[in-house]
Design a protein around this ligand. Structure first.
Ligand code: UDX
Length: 449
C-alpha cells in the first residue's frame, strides 16, 4: 500500500523545486549531498547554492542545478581545528550579502507559469539563511549534520554557564544529571559557544529540522528535541545508506585502501582516521605512529594533508612492513563496510560515528573538539560499541586500547553489539521503519504549499 502511495506522490511532485545550501566542509557537504540525491530520487528538482571556496564540480552532478555565490573568498582556504572558530565567523560575515543576492537570482530565474521554489534547506551552521529566506517569503528547513544529543546539550549551554561549569576550578568529572551520560568535561569549549548559540537559534526559527540520525539510535534525545522545538523533526538517517557520493569528497580517495584490505583476514584491520579537520602536534603524531607500530595489529591509516606537520620516521614503513597501509584519504564508507575491518580508531565526528555504527564496526575513540567528546561518550556508555582513550595521547595507553578493541573478549562483545546496530540501521530505512516513515512525513511536508 505504502509503495503505491509513494508512487502516486512521485507523479505529483515531479516539478517541486528545492534549494539546498551546504556549509563547504567535508563533514557537512557529504550528508547534504546524500540528502540531495535522496530527494532527487523522490522526484524533487534540486538547486544547490554553493560558495566559491571548495566548490563541488557540477559536472559530477548533472542532475542538479548549481549556483555559486559571488563572494570575495575565492582562495582555497583550508579549515582545521586550529582556525575553525575565526574561519566560521569570517565566513558568516562574508557570505551573507552574496547569499541574499544569489537567492534572489535563483528565485527570479523561475520561468513565468512554472512551479515556484517552495523551500530552502540550509545547513543549521549558517547564521543568516533564516532572515534572508524570510525576506523572500520562502519556507526554510534546517539541516543538522551532528547528533540530536549535541543539539540538546547546545540548548543547555547558557544554563550550564550560569551554573559555573565553565569557571576555573569546576570538577571535570562531575556528571550532568540533566543530560546523562555526559560529564562537565564532555561539554563543548567556551570558544564554540557563540557559534552553537546561533545553531540553536537557526534551528528554532526554522519550519522543520532534518537530521542524520535514527530513532533507534538516539530516541531519548530526539524526543527531547521535539519537546524543545515546536516544529517537525525528521530523523531520516543514516543518510550514507541511501546513495554513494564519493564525488562529494574534497580530497581524492585512494582506492589502494580497498585492494590492500582485500588481502587481509576478516575483522583483522584497525582503520584509523581523524576526519577532515583535526590538527595534531608532532609529539602526538609520533605517539600515534609508534602505538600503531607497536600494537602489531594490521592497520589502514589516513594521514590527511594538514593532520600534522611532522613527517613519519624514515624507517617507519620498513618497521611496520605490509602490516600497515597509509593513505591521504580513503573511501571511508567502503572501508568500514569491508569484511577485513575489525575496528575504527576515530575522532568521533558525527558522520564517522554514524557510519561506523551503521556498518557494525566497534570504535576506539579519540575526540578532539565540539561534539566529538559527546559522541564518544555515547559510543562507550550508551551504545557500548567502543571505548574512549581518556588519558591523553600516550603510546602505551593507545596500545592497550587497541588490544582491548581488536584482540580481547571485551572488543568481541562491542563488535557483536555494533552488529546489532547495523541491523537496526538497515531496518529503519525499510518500508515501515522509523526513518522510512520520517522521510514520508518530510515528503508530505515538502509537498504541502
Ligand atoms: C566535523 C566535526 O569534526 C564533527 O565533530 C562534526 O560532527 C561535523 O564536522 P569531520 O572532522 O569532517 O567533522 O568528521 P566527520 O563528521 O566524521 O566527517 C568526515 C567525513 O569524511 C565522513 O563522512 C567520512 O566518511 C569522510 N572521510 C573521512 C572520507 O571519506 N575519507 C577519509 O579518509 C576520512
Amino acid at each position: 500500500m505504502e509503495e503505491i502511495a509513494m508512487n502516486q506522490q512521485k507523479t505529483k511532485v515531479i516539478s517541486r523545486k528545492l534549494i539546498l545550501f551546504p556549509i563547504p566542509f567535508q563533514g557537512h557537504v557529504t550528508p547534504m549531498l546524500h540528502l540531495a540525491n535522496l530527494l532527487y530520487s523522490k522526484s524533487f528538482s534540486i538547486t544547490i547554492i554553493q560558495t566559491r571556496y571548495s566548490s563541488l564540480d557540477p559536472k559530477c552532478f548533472p542532475h542538479f542545478t548549481f549556483y555559486s555565490l559571488d563572494d570575495e573568498v575565492s582562495e582555497n582556504k583550508s579549515f582545521s581545528s586550529d582556525n575553525l572558530v575565526p574561519g566560521l565567523v569570517e565566513m558568516q560575515e562574508n557570505y551573507r550579502e552574496p547569499f541574499r543576492v544569489c537567492l534572489g537570482r535563483v528565485l527570479d530565474g523561475v520561468e513565468p507559469g512554472s512551479e515556484p521554489f517552495k523551500c530552502l534547506i540550509a545547513d543549521s551552521l549558517w547564521r543568516f539563511p533564516g532572515d534572508v529566506a524570510e525576506s523572500f517569503n520562502l519556507r526554510r528547513i534546517a539541516f543538522r549534520t551532528s547528533s540530536m544529543s549535541a543539539f540538546v546539550v547546545n540548548d543547555y549551554l547558557p544554563y550550564f554557564k550560569d551554573k559555573g561549569y565553565f569557571l576555573q576550578g569546576s570538577e571535570p568529572e562531575e556528571p550532568l544529571h540533566e543530560i546523562p551520560p555526559f560529564r562537565v568535561k564532555d561539554l563543548p569549549g567556551e570558544d564554540h559557544h557563540d557559534i552553537l548559540a546561533f545553531v540553536v537559534h537557526q534551528t528554532k526559527t526554522s519550519q522543520g529540522v532534518i537530521c542524520n540520525s535514527f530513532e533507534e539510535l538516539e530516541s531519548p534525545s530526539i524526543t527531547r528535541v521535539r519537546e524543545i522545538l515546536s516544529i517537525p523533526v525528521y530523523p531520516i538517517g543514516p543518510l550514507h545508506k541511501y546513495s554513494p557520493t564519493s564525488a562529494s569528497s574534497i580530497l581524492t580517495e585512494d582506492h589502494t585502501s580497498i585492494s590492500w584490505l582485500d588481502k587481509q583476514p576478516p575483522n583483522s584491520v584497525l582503520y584509523v582516521s581523524f576526519g577532515s579537520m583535526a590538527a595534531i602536534s608532532s609529539t602526538d603524531f609520533l605517539e600515534i605512529a609508534w602505538a600503531l607500530a607497536n600494537s602489531k595489529q594490521p592497520f589502514l591509516w589516513v594521514v590527511r594533508p594538514g593532520l600534522s606537520q611532522c613527517p613519519l620516521p624514515e624507517d617507519y614503513m620498513e618497521i611496520v612492513k605490509d602490516r600497515g597501509h597509509i593513505v591521504k584519504w580513503a573511501p571511508q564508507v567502503e572501508v568500514l563496510a569491508h569484511s577485513a575491518i575489525g575496528g575504527f580508531w576515530t575522532h568521533c565526528g558525527w558522520n564517522s560515528t554514524i557510519e561506523s555504527i551503521s556498518e557494525g564496526v566497534p570504535m576506539l575513540c579519540l575526540p578532539f573538539f565540539v561534539d566529538q567528546a559527546m559522541n564518544a561518550r555515547h559510543v562507550s556508555e550508551t551504545w557500548k560499541t567502543g571505548l574512549v582513550l581518556e588519558n591523553g595521547i600516550r603510546r602505551d595507553e593507545i596500545e592497550k586500547g587497541i588490544r582491548r578493541l581488536m584482540v580481547e573478549e571485551e572488543g568481541e562483545a562491542m563488535r557483536s553489539r555494533a552488529a546489532s546496530f547495523k541491523k537496526l540501521a538497515t531496518q529503519c530505512l525499510m518500508d515501515g521503519g522509523s526513518s522510512y516513515k520520517a522521510l514520508d512525513a518530510l515528503i508530505s511536508y515538502l509537498l504541502a504549499s
